[in-house]
Design a protein around this ligand. Sequence first.
Ligand code: V1D
Ligand code: CA
Length: 446
Amino acid sequence: MTRILDPPTFSDSPFFFDRRQLAQPQREVHHVQPHSNPVVAYYHPKGVGNYHYGERHPMRPQRLELTNQLVLGYGLDKAMTMHNPRRATDEELANFHDSDYIAFLKRVTPKSAQSLTEEEQKYNVGDDCPVFFDVFAFCQQYTGASLAAARKLTSGSADIAINWSGGLHHAKKGEASGFCYVNDIVLAILELLRYHARILYIDIDIHHGDGVQEAFYSSNRVLTVSFHKYSADFFPGTGNLSEIGSDLGKYFSLNVPLQDGIDDESYISLFKAVMEPTINTFRPSSIVLQCGADSLGCDRIGSFNLSIAAHGECVRFIKSFNLPLLVLGGGGYRQSSVARCWAYETGVLAGVTLPDDVPDNQYYEFYGPDYKLHPPLTGQIQNLNSKQSLENIRVVIREKLRYLNGAPSVQMQEIPPDLYGFLQSEDRSTEETKEEMGAQGLEIRD
Ligand code: V1D
Ligand code: CA
């Protein structure tokens, strides 16, 4: 079988700026069968929930343990392949990040950070992004999981890959931002770009996916769409409708700025009205979906009114396009809601309907007093999104999509003759290498 793929990506990052109009593709690579019964791979790095941002910080990695225990309690491990991925290496992180920033993250400790001033400012560590014990190992774990999940998709051995510990969409090339240190999403998209012509990135965290948008702002191979609360005093303060991308990436960034209190019906209807034509126009070869759970009602930072069912409906809708799908976590500041939401969405992706009674698990007491997967939503916030403003967003986005004017073409190349050596040099585990070799229809050497 002749295989074709993109050239490898290196740290000088050819994919950030598409410097030329690409010629017609020789052929498109379709790795995956349409998935009425998709193969789902689930990534949970062991111990990722044991890190602590600090007592007064809203981000609690422990929510990842709650999620994983709920997934196991519901028996979803029987419906997916389960993986404890290795940590990302410095070289892998340097595919996007500046090496001085990586070196800083690697050496800084809570003690040494006490006497930092210039570096603290340069790398933006402090209140939002504290230097906590083993922060670098935390970054390596969640990023290693997103990279392994992306490779699982490119190898064709799964249709859907899930990493709830990933999705840290604010991290920049050379600095931390908004609780995020390493941008696992950008790194995973770069991995997908080695094999996939066009990647669609969708972000339903209540915050704007600024780090991912910025990384691919000039690229026509990655289309980013973020739904978020947009106001001058809400972090990060970007994501206006008028941010559309630049150079070859013009019209390849879409933003859906919303106000407090949006409800299930308006959100779902707008989400579908935006995503359906986006997918049909851009025709992505794979999709990355960031599922930040701070867009749920009753979040400690977010101020939308979404139910878990509505959040999950967005996931179900994207799944229905039957494209290779990488699903990631993100924000979410009420631990029990985050775990409920992501366990429910794991069920949606694996095609398993979950009973409403929370199963016995290590964190059962977190789900009281009702112990239900879908507790009734309380404390709704006034919906400040008028019908008119939502209709205006819909019209403006559809207008922008007209400028996309067909998907860009991507030049493909013959596969390197020594794929095995090439793959091994990419620091893959033997399992990953063999999986990819098999999927490429190539002989596996021992
Ligand atoms: F409330 C806090 C208490 C302690 C430390 C931080 C916060 C906090 C709440 N909201 N910090 C924020 C946001 N930062 C600011 C800063 C004030 N400065 C001038 C800026 O408003 C940051 C919110 C980050 C949200 C992260 C995320 O949910 O999008 C996420 N996505 O993936 C992982 C996390
Ligand atoms: Ca968002």
